[in-house]
Design a protein around this ligand. Structure first.
Ligand code: F6R
Length: 607
């Protein structure tokens, strides 16, 4: 993953590079570093851990220079140590890298045989050595970079600084995003438009295989055959103000609380409430010939897709395949003409999902993307872009993006159903009415925050936790377990409630809290039966249901969480809230780093 920034400035760059890194910290926070050129030398500061450590180091030992490159790391090859922190330097060359150089081992052996010494365990260091070797063989910087790029296999975005040519930066992309920013007497490189937002809104997105020579007064872009190409300069529409936590203790908490507003905001662009119609930003006829939907996503976005599968099949009667993106291409899926491939992603940059998207396109599928970042790679590559309007999500654990994805997916299901002639006007009006009730119902769910906080201690002391649900509450059980794992580090699993007796019930004892998600509705009785099977074996159950559900089945549970009574269509949107709040309060009780949990990054741009 990792984030990279480069500045060829008219004034000193270190502070601005640091600011750019702050905006990229969502890509990784294992270590960070900056390298500049000044007084004819390359000079760098690096620090393991969060960016604050690098800031501290720079305060103690400032870094002058008008040109520099910077990096925030999510470790792939080599632990999160200072030696492995980027930028890497070999001779006259400094490099920062996002991605994985898959053939780094043979390259490293070749370079060692050539007398080169490596100071890190990273794959990246080979790039610095390769470019430096070409320089030492007599090539100029541009020729050296051009000679090295074809030797690199895998995925990379690179920024390269050469000591002997301190008025030029090189950038290259293959399988990982990189943008060029155009300033006033200055130019920039950045992993995304967001990183460069305080510097410029004028952005060109490099395409696959592109590389760039960036000078203060001009930028030249080349394609993979080294032919000069023009890439359109667009206005990123991303501005410099950094997201702030307001009065909330964590971004995650703030983002949970934003949900009534952002779900309403998202629904506004899909629902015509007065007419009782669901509209998408595409002509209706676009969907009438869809014969199969293939849903692909990762993590929380995948669970949103799992919920949507129930809706697509129930409303539109269209068959649905669903895969996690990291598995999708490798099972050689059969995709027939007329298929809609649907990719769901908060960031729009997740490497596996993006690769799956390109695979589906090559297989002749129409590409729909549900995405929260309109400038992202996936958004730009979509035939049908269905934006979520959640606003920037900073907490690593996804919350508001999930509920906004569900809102868009429900609208898509209704639209698909209408296009296929499976939804009457009256039924569509009902769907619009239920979806319109979601923001108020989320507000109602937030009212139970204190009650949930009060029971967090019970879960915080557990070593293992199970989540159970049926129907659309099954993906929610998986999402609950994921949320708890990632921010509180407690082992948790989600199961389809009916599946318990096929094995997992052996885990039940009085040390394992079992969280049952069971809104009253068609599947309530069945879920409650599974819950009683757990209780009969000494299991300690926390039941999340509505007033009727708690009245009917709450007795004997160690705790209950009472939600507003809602239509089953919006239950996954509303019940996401207690699941998120429970994970949040458990993590706070355990004292973990809620917004930046260990080992994770917000945007997963490596396979
Ligand atoms: C979990 C979480 C991750 C992401 C996953 C996909 O809280 O945030 O599981 O959902 O990495 O990311 P996007 O949606 O950006 O493709």
């Amino acid at each position: 993953m990792c984030g990279i920034v480069g500045i060829l400035g008219a004034t000193p760059v270190a502070d601005r590079l640091l600011e750019g890194l702050k905006r990229l910290e969502y890509r990784g926070y294992d270590s960070a570093g900056i390298c500049t050129e000044h007084d004819g030398e390359l000079d760098r500061r690096r620090a393991p851990g969060k960016l604050a450590n690098l800031a501290e180091r720079l305060r103690a030992d400032p870094l002058p220079g008008l040109i520099g490159i910077a990096h925030t790391r999510w470790a792939t090859h080599g632990g999160p140590t200072e030696d492995n922190a980027h930028p890497h330097i070999a001779g006259d060359v400094s490099v920062v890298h996002n991605g994985i150089i898959e053939n780094f081992r043979p390259l490293r052996e070749e370079l060692i045989a050539d007398g080169r010494t490596f100071l890190s365990e990273t794959d990246t260091e080979v790039v610095a050595h390769l470019v430096d070797r070409e320089l030492k063989r007599g090539l100029g910087a541009r020729e050296a970079v051009a000679a090295v790029l074809p030797r690199l296999h895998g995925a990379f975005a690179l920024a390269v600084l050469v000591r002997t040519e301190p008025d030029v930066l090189f950038g290259a992309r293959l399988g990982a995003p990189l943008t060029v920013g155009y300033g006033d007497g200055e130019n920039y490189l950045g992993s995304d438009a967001h990183a460069l937002a305080p510097l410029t809104q004028r952005i060109a997105y490099l395409e696959e295989g592109d590389w760039a020579e960036v000078r203060r007064d001009r930028v030249q872009i080349f394609d993979r055959d080294n032919a000069t190409v023009e890439r359109e300069i667009v206005n990123s529409g991303v501005f410099g103000h950094a997201a702030d936590r307001g009065n909330y203790r964590h971004f995650m908490q703030k983002e949970i609380y934003e949900q009534p507003v952002v779900v309403a905001q998202t629904l506004r662009s899909y629902l015509q409430r007065l007419e009782g119609r669901v509209t998408l930003p595409i002509p209706e006829s676009d969907l009438s010939d869809v014969r199969r939907v293939t849903v692909v996503a990762c993590g929380t976005s995948f669970y949103a897709g799992m919920v949507a599968r129930y809706w697509f099949e129930q409303f539109a009667r269209v068959p649905v395949d669903i895969d996690v993106a990291s598995e999708f291409r490798y099972r050689q899926p059969v995709m027939e003409p007329g298929g809609l491939a649907l990719f769901i992603s908060q960031s729009g940059e997740t490497a596996d999902t993006l690769a799956a998207l390109r695979h589906a396109r090559a297989e002749g599928q129409r590409i729909a993307v549900v995405c929260n970042v309109p400038t992202s790679s996936m958004a730009r590559e979509a035939d049908i872009l269905l934006p979520t309007h959640a606003g920037p999500e900073i907490g690593v654990a996804s919350t508001k993006a999930f509920t906004c994805q569900l809102a868009v997916l429900a609208a898509l299901a209704a639209n698909l159903a209408r296009a296929k002639g499976k939804l009457s006007e009256a039924a569509e009006r009902e769907i619009v009415r239920h979806l319109s009730e979601a923001p108020a119902a989320i507000n109602g769910a937030l009212a139970y925050d204190e009650a949930i906080e009060a029971m967090a201690g019970t879960v915080a002391s557990a070593r293992d936790v199970l989540y159970l649900g049926r129907g659309t509450d099954y993906p929610l059980a998986l999402e609950g377990a994921l949320k708890l794992k990632e921010i509180s580090y407690i082992h948790a699993e989600g199961y389809a409630a009916g599946e318990m007796k096929h094995g997992p019930i052996a885990l039940i004892d009085d040390a394992v809290p079992v969280i049952v998600i069971a809104p009253s509705g068609p599947l309530f009785e069945k879920t409650v039966s599974n819950m009683q099977e757990v209780r009969a074996r000494g299991g300690r159950v926390i039941l999340i249901s509505d007033y009727d559900g708690v009245a009917a089945a709450g007795e004997g549970c160690i705790a209950t969480i009472t939600m507003p009574k809602v239509h089953p269509l919006i239950a996954p949107i509303v019940y996401a809230v207690p699941v998120q709040l429970l994970a949040y309060h458990v993590a706070v009780a355990k004292g973990t780093d809620v917004d930046q949990p260990r080992n994770l990054a917000k945007s997963v741009t490596v396979e």
